[in-house]
Design a protein around this ligand. Structure first.
Ligand SMILES: [Cu+2]
Length: 390
């Protein structure tokens, strides 16, 4: 009977162990390798705390096992039946554990924890540059506030193909952790990050940096990053922020000083080129072609690639009265609740795009929506008309 049970239990344990070992091979057991001073500090106190916890666990468990085995009934031990032990011993067995915990909590763990928190909060001291990061459903926008990079501003969109998300294609290596525009920072420079959000609470989080901070609408919150190792680091929004919560990753390139300079120059050129055509007259074909790309990157998450939306949360653009209506009144003023007004200013969950997209992108996406996705309004919105609104 007993042998049979042991054999079965042994077999079970062996199976459990082998499958566990197989799993363990590619599991990560610790925090990712820290690459900023903040992450290193967090990593260190994490390990220290684990050690404290481990020692406490072993000591308490050892006393328990010893007491149980040593005083078992078969050895002739009997449960004590005393009542009302002396006040002295009561005070002692309250104060001694209290003192031990006081020491562990305040000295062993408290001091390093306070040090770590101070490090996290100190965003200003020695900061080399400032970047403002804005979360919105469901993308991050980066804005360089000072230095050579001042004026650089871009949106970072998920690039994982829809087929991979729908299980129609094999998932890539950086599945849901890849974006079109990486956030680029120079190595060893302290980057002060100002965080806010347009709609709901998001969290900008890169595990290897140790920085995670909520981006809250109406507030400017801060964190900082000082990448010590050149490389690409990936993170995610970790605040449940709606349907696209799992689709707004963070990708940061920590690059050398020279590479950073090259990147700043090329980004500025790119931005100039993107707005250079704002004054010329565009053809409908060119606007629709450009608008398709803008739409798929920025609008399709909610309104769907085919324009059918997901009613009632996200209205269809195909057959929409707003899309079919005029944008300007007879005097050329923007009409309230017109197509362009909705795209420019947003409404409720619909984000306003005037701060995110340039004039060409807005003109193109509006023209696209009016003349594609099953609509054929037949008119063109020129980038110059959008520019005039600014
Ligand atoms: Cu989010």
């Amino acid at each position: 009977m007993v042998m049979q049970f042991l054999r079965k239990a042994g077999l079970f344990l062996m199976l459990a162990f082998t499958s566990f070992a197989a799993l363990a091979q590619d599991a990560k057991w610790n925090l990712p390798e820290p690459v900023t001073p903040m992450a290193r500090d967090i990593y260190q106190i994490h390990n220290e705390f684990m050690l404290v916890i481990f020692v406490m666990f072993i000591v308490v468990l050892a006393i328990m096992i010893y007491s149980i085995v040593k005083h078992r009934k078969s050895r002739g031990h009997k449960a004590a039946n005393f009542t009302g032990p002396s006040t002295k011993s009561q005070i002692a067995w309250t104060l001694v554990p209290f003192a031990i915990l006081l020491y562990i909590d305040f000295i062993l763990m408290g001091i390093p924890a306070v040090h770590s928190i101070q490090l996290m909060e100190d965003t200003k001291q020695g900061a080399d540059m400032v970047v403002k990061i804005t979360g919105s459903q469901w993308r991050w926008q980066y804005e360089y506030m000072d230095g050579d990079a001042q004026g650089i501003k871009f949106v970072s969109n998920l690039t994982t193909p829809q087929e991979q998300i729908n299980n129609q294609a094999e998932k890539g290596k950086n599945y849901l952790l890849e974006v079109d525009n990486h956030f680029v920072v120079p190595v060893d420079k302290k980057v002060r990050i100002l965080l806010t959000a347009n709609d709901v609470i998001h969290t900008w989080w890169v595990p290897a940096f140790g920085s995670a901070r909520d981006a809250i609408p109406g507030f400017l919150r801060e964190t900082w990053v000082q990448g010590e190792k050149i490389g690409t680091y990936r993170g995610q929004c970790k605040e449940l922020c709606g349907k696209g919560h799992g689709f707004m990753p963070v990708v940061v390139d920590v690059v050398s000083e020279e590479d950073y300079k090259i990147w700043v120059a090329s980004k500025k050129e790119e931005m100039q080129a993107a707005t250079a055509g704002a004054d010329k007259e565009w053809s409908m074909e060119d606007l629709v072609a450009h608008g398709k790309g803008v739409y798929e990157k920025n609008c399709a998450v909610c309104h769907q690639a085919n324009g059918q939306g997901l009613p009632p949360a996200f209205p269809a653009l195909t057959g929409s009265k707003i899309v079919a209506g005029p944008n300007f009144d007879a005097e050329g003023r923007l009409l309230v609740d017109s197509h362009l007004d909705r795209v420019w200013n947003g409404k409720n969950i619909m984000p306003g795009w005037k701060g995110t997209l340039n004039d060409i992108d807005i003109a193109a996406v509006v023209t696209y929506e009016r003349n594609a996705l099953g609509n054929s309004v037949g008119d063109v919105l020129q980038p110059a008309q959008v520019k005039a609104l600014r």
